[in-house]
Design a protein around this ligand. Structure first.
Ligand SMILES: [Zn+2]
Length: 367
């Protein structure tokens, strides 16, 4: 029984990653027998997970029928809830973002707000035109720390929503609902989109700083579900006040607001000023990069892994990556090229996508 499940899962994964393979190709790639492949494909077709996909090539004079995974056989929805915005996204079984809506809306812990979450989910499901039975669930990324069962926020200083539950958030959502720490969700989305990247530290440079430790493609949560909270690493003894109550935390120096406060809360404008060589923006950016370099090189010293720069500032970092690499290289005892530094692949949708991917990942593992 166990071997049967493993074979089925191998065939399904292969078809998810390669659209349009013949049975003979599957036999060759996986080293399975033709009857095993045929039987599994028939089962997967019956379940609506695989479909015929024309013909390919010539095998012994006959063209072989091709098969592919039905990518929208299941979908998952993700929400990203921040102080001022809500993002709602849908992802399919290959992790593609197939729909995304972002609205400006102040967070409040009220029924009215939760109704908006429900209607955003409905709107996305309607737009992708998928029967509700094929929606696996709704993952909600939040700027807080979440219990291991994904049901309750146990630290929620940023939105003052400690104690809020998935039932509360999902009151108007007709699907299974789970809560996810924002940085962990975004980090999970990044690692999911890089097949080869098993280990990484995801650094979320948004209006608050978050981090996620990813080992063997999974989130390392820590003993108390607080791993990766790099925002509260002290980089200046007795330095600037942090919202956590301590002083000199990395968050107080490298949150996106440190930059956007200079341009009325608009980060895009800050980077416009920087490109226009505004002296004050240049000075702030210079200090910002020095502080960032310090934290990033500490991360690499600790984890010896890729460091992905994401969040609001991560959206703009590509153009400044070489400069940052030069600064981190100077601080690093072993590594002089800073090749471990990477810009994020996802932009604003990372948190919503990652929260949704938790359902996709679970479903694929169950096939
Ligand atoms: Zn702090």
């Amino acid at each position: 029984m166990e071997i049967k499940k493993i074979n089925r899962s191998k065939i399904y994964l292969l078809l998810l990653k390669n659209q349009g393979l013949s049975r003979q190709e599957i036999v060759l790639r996986l080293g399975l027998s033709l009857p095993t492949v045929t039987q599994n494909i028939e089962e997967l077709i019956t379940e609506g997970l695989v479909e015929e996909f024309g013909f390919i090539g010539n095998t012994g004079g006959r063209r072989a029928r091709a098969y592919r995974a039905v990518l929208n056989a299941r979908v998952a929805i993700g929400l990203d809830v921040t102080k001022h915005h809500i993002t709602c996204a849908a992802v399919d079984l290959s992790g593609n973002l197939i729909e995304c809506i972002r609205i400006r809306r102040q967070f409040e812990r009220t029924d009215e707000y939760y109704k908006i979450l429900g209607s955003l989910v409905d709107e996305v499901v309607k737009k992708i035109n998928i029967p509700p039975a094929r929606v696996l669930g709704v993952g909600i990324g939040v700027p807080g720390l979440v219990t291991a069962d994904n049901k309750r926020i146990f630290y929620g200083e940023i939105l003052n929503f400690g104690g809020a539950t998935s039932a509360e958030f999902g009151k108007y959502i007709p699907y299974p609902v789970s809560l996810h720490n924002d940085a962990n969700a975004a980090g999970f989305a990044e690692i999911w989109s890089h097949d080869f990247l098993a280990n990484s530290f995801y650094l979320m440079l948004s209006n608050n700083i978050g981090g996620s430790v990813l080992i063997n493609g999974q989130i390392y949560s820590g003993e108390n579900l607080r791993s990766g909270e790099i925002g509260h690493l002290k980089i200046v003894p007795n330095g600037k006040q942090c919202y956590c109550g301590q002083k000199g935390c990395f968050d107080a120096y490298c949150a996106a607001t440190v930059l956007s406060n200079h341009t009325d809360g608009n980060l895009e404008k800050f980077f416009e000023k920087l490109r226009a060589k505004d002296p004050q923006a240049e000075k702030m950016w210079d200090e910002y990069l020095d502080n960032l370099a310090q934290a990033v090189s500490s991360l690499n010293i600790l984890f010896d892994s890729t460091v992905i720069l994401g969040g609001y500032v991560g959206e703009y970092i590509e153009d400044y990556l070489d400069d940052l690499k030069t600064r981190t290289a100077k601080l690093h005892p072993f590594n002089n090229d800073s090749a471990y530094l990477q810009a994020c692949k996802y932009k604003k949708q990372a948190i919503a996508a990652g929260a949704a991917l938790s359902y996709i990942d679970e479903f694929i593992a169950s096939v």
